[in-house]
Design a binder for this molecule. Structure first.
Ligand SMILES: Nc1ncnc2c1ncn2[C@@H]1O[C@H](COP(=O)(O)OP(=O)(O)OP(=O)(O)O)[C@@H](O)[C@H]1O
Length: 257
């Protein structure tokens, strides 16, 4: 399904399947080569195995078929993860929340305070380091969650519908900012979404998936250089890519109807 990119491969998902309870085939025969610096979206209808694929890559669950190989000398330990819910600790300040991945690695706050402030600066929340999550809007909470995922500068960031609960304006803004942040830390992103528009704006590769059984049906490339901005979002090229992705999504949904 996936052709090799010119980029150095960091992760290879090889014919991976996941069956739950011996009967629910959440994912079947997924093959994906992830190149360094790729922005890959997994796009598909509900139940097509997008989250299962992310959880497999994050090593939170194990495949029942196939293999996941970290070909770039990295492991599942060098990952940042962002979920749809920001999942912040309500009793801790913004800075303490962003500190979490370091804390889990046994680091001391004082030793990494600079990195924490940098990450908050990157998401535009440096002034809110001492605030508590309840004082923030939904978009700001998501920014904290992204800062937390990026603070250790992981080489791969997995994002599971991070902006689905946000209003459209906030979502557009976060899409723009995410691309800037990605360019700044030079990471690779695998991003789960239901949104054709979001996947085209963000990705250089869109993996379209279908359900029952969850599987990859197509991969589309978005050959548009980064940085991308409003000009791209309103261009004829963008409209053409969204038409192509919408057709693939219809195909994915038609096959399951
Ligand atoms: N722990 C589990 N036990 C049993 N079945 C599961 C489990 N996790 C997922 N499934 C099933 O696997 C299939 C794929 O689920 P998954 O959450 O990966 O899909 P998805 O594409 O992420 O869906 P959505 O867009 O709705 O989040 C679904 O049929 C789901 O019910």
């Amino acid at each position: 399904m996936t052709d090799a990119t010119a980029r150095e491969e960091i992760l290879r998902v090889e014919n991976v399947g996941k069956t739950f309870n011996g009967s629910v085939v959440a994912l079947k025969g997924m093959t994906l080569s992830v190149g360094k610096g790729d922005f890959i979206s997994l796009l598909g209808p509900s139940g097509c195995g997008k989250s299962t694929a992310l959880r497999l890559i994050a090593d939170l669950i194990h495949p029942t078929a196939g293999r996941i190989n970290w070909t770039g000398g990295q492991g599942a330990g060098d990952l940042g993860v962002v979920f749809q819910e920001p999942t912040l600790m309500p009793w801790a300040t913004v800075a303490q929340n962003v500190f979490l991945p370091f804390r889990l690695r046994g680091r001391k706050f004082a030793d990494v305070e600079g990195e924490i402030l940098d990450a908050l600066e990157m998401v535009g929340l440096a002034k809110f380091a001492r605030s508590y999550p309840r004082e923030l809007s939904g978009g700001m909470k998501m920014r904290v969650s992204i800062a937390r995922a990026m603070v250790t500068r992981p080489r791969l960031i997995l994002m599971d519908e991070p902006f689905a609960a946000l209003d459209e304006i906030t979502r557009f803004k976060l899409n723009n900012d995410l691309l800037e942040m990605k360019a700044r830390i030079g990471c690779t992103v695998i991003f789960v979404t239901h949104s054709v528009f979001e996947s085209v704006f963000l990705s250089d590769r869109i993996v379209v998936m279908a359900a029952r059984p969850g599987r990859v049906i197509r991969e589309l490339r978005v050959d548009e250089a980064y940085p991308r901005d409003e000009e791209f979002r309103t261009s004829a090229k963008y409209a053409a890519y969204t038409r192509e992705a919408t057709a693939a999504l219809h195909e994915a949904m038609g096959e399951t109807a």
